[in-house]
Write a protein that binds this ligand. Structure first.
Ligand code: DAH
Length: 340
C-alpha cells in the first residue's frame, strides 16, 4: 500500500508540474482528487484494510491530499504569471509610436524669466482680472473721461463700464487699494486691444507691469532698476535711454529705449536705422493715482513701468512676427525645445 501511495505521489506531482494550461491543470486535479480520482479511490479502499493498518495509511493519504492541493495552487499561480508575461512580451504586436514630449510655450517661459529677474531684486508678484471695470483700467489711472484710449476702437467693451483690460496697469491700483507702502510688485498677464493683427500687433498679447512705492523713490531708482533688468534679460552691458513721453498715470513719463542688439547702435533694419529699440513705458506714479487709492498726500513717491512680453521675446529670440506666438504652428514651437 505504501508503495502505491509513493507511486501516486511521484506521478501526481509530475503531472501537476507538466500541466501547461489552466484546463490541463483542472483535468489533473479531477484525475487525482475528483470523485473518481485516484487518491479518492485509495481513500475509499481504506475499509478493505486490516483495522490495524488503517490509521497509518489514512494519515499518509491525507497528507498526500494536502500536498497535491498545495502543488495545484502553486502551479495555478505559475500559469497565471506566465500568461501575463507572455501577453506583455508578444513580439508579434506592432511597435509603440515614440512618446512625443511637448515644450513650454515661449511666452509663458519668457514671462517667468522676467518675473524671476524681479524676484531677485526683492519684488513680489500679483495678478488681476482680465475682465476689468472701466474704473480700474482707466478712471483710477487718471485717464480723462474723453481720452481716446477709452474709445471702442481700442477697447473691447463688454458692458457700459466693464471691458477686457487693455493694459496690466489696473493691477497697480487694485494692489495699492489693499496694501500700504513700502511695496515692490510685478503684475504679469494677458491684455486685449481691438486691433487688426499684423506682424507687430495682435488683439491679445502679454504685458508685465512693475510698481515700486516708498518714501523718497526717484527717477534714479527707476533708471537703475531698468538697467539691471535689461542687463539680466538681454545679457551684458546694454545702454538704455529715457525719452520724455505722456501717460496719464505717471508724471513725468518716459519711454525707455535699449541700444539695438543687432547693430550695436549703428542702425539697421530691426531698429529702423535709429540704433535704439523701445522696450517699455515708465514714469513716476501720478499723485492722482495715489489719491484714487487713498494714499496720504505727499508721503510717498513711486515709479511704475509696463512692458510687452511678446515684444521682449521677439527681440530676444529674433522673431519678426507676433502672430507666430498665437498660431500654434509646431514648426515654430519646436524651435524652443531645449532653448527655454
Ligand atoms: N500701460 C501702458 C501701455 O499699455 C504701459 C505703461 C507705461 C505702464 C507707463 C506703466 C507706465 O506702468 O508707467 O501702454
Amino acid at each position: 500500500m505504501h508503495e502505491a501511495i509513493a507511486r501516486l505521489r511521484a506521478e501526481g506531482l509530475a503531472r501537476i508540474d507538466q500541466a501547461a494550461t489552466n484546463e490541463a491543470l483542472e483535468a489533473v486535479r479531477l484525475a487525482l482528487l475528483g470523485r473518481k480520482g485516484e487518491l479518492t479511490r485509495l481513500l475509499r479502499g481504506l475499509v478493505d484494510l486490516e483495522p490495524a493498518q488503517r490509521p497509518a495509511v489514512g494519515a499518509a493519504l491525507n497528507e498526500l491530499k494536502l500536498e497535491f492541493g498545495a502543488a495545484l495552487g502553486r502551479r495555478q499561480s505559475e500559469l497565471a504569471e506566465h500568461h501575463t508575461a507572455a501577453a506583455v512580451c508578444d513580439l508579434t504586436l506592432p511597435g509603440l509610436p515614440p512618446v512625443v514630449l511637448g515644450t513650454a510655450h515661449p511666452l509663458p517661459s519668457v514671462l517667468e524669466e522676467i518675473c524671476d529677474i524681479f524676484y531677485g531684486m526683492g519684488y513680489d508678484r500679483d495678478e488681476g482680472p482680465e475682465v476689468e471695470l472701466e474704473y480700474y483700467n482707466f478712471t483710477a489711472l487718471n485717464f480723462p473721461p474723453d481720452h481716446p484710449a477709452r474709445d471702442l476702437q481700442d477697447t473691447f467693451f463688454l458692458g457700459t463700464d466693464i471691458l477686457l483690460r487693455t493694459q496690466t496697469s489696473p493691477v497697480q491700483v487694485r494692489t495699492m487699494e489693499r496694501r500700504s507702502p513700502p511695496l515692490a510688485y510685478v503684475f504679469p498677464g494677458r491684455v486685449y486691444r481691438n486691433e487688426n493683427a499684423d506682424a507687430s500687433h495682435s488683439s491679445e498679447f502679454f504685458q508685465i507691469e512693475g510698481l515700486r512705492v516708498d518714501r523718497d523713490i526717484s527717477l534714479v531708482d527707476l533708471r537703475e532698476t531698468v538697467a539691471a533688468f535689461v542687463g539680466s534679460f538681454f545679457g551684458g552691458e546694454r545702454p538704455t535711454r529715457f525719452r520724455p513721453h505722456y501717460f496719464p498715470f505717471t508724471e513725468p513719463s518716459v519711454e525707455v529705449d535699449m541700444q539695438c542688439m543687432k547693430c550695436g547702435g549703428r542702425g539697421c533694419g530691426i531698429c529702423g536705422q535709429s540704433g535704439w529699440l523701445e522696450i517699455m513705458g515708465a514714469g513716476m506714479v501720478h499723485p492722482n493715482v495715489f489719491k484714487a487709492v487713498g494714499y496720504p498726500d505727499d508721503a510717498y513717491t513711486g515709479f511704475a513701468f509696463g512692458m510687452g512680453i511678446d515684444r521682449l521675446a521677439m527681440l530676444k529670440y529674433g522673431i519678426d512676427d507676433i502672430r507666430l506666438f498665437y498660431e500654434n504652428d509646431l514648426r515654430f514651437l519646436r524651435q524652443f525645445r531645449g532653448v527655454l
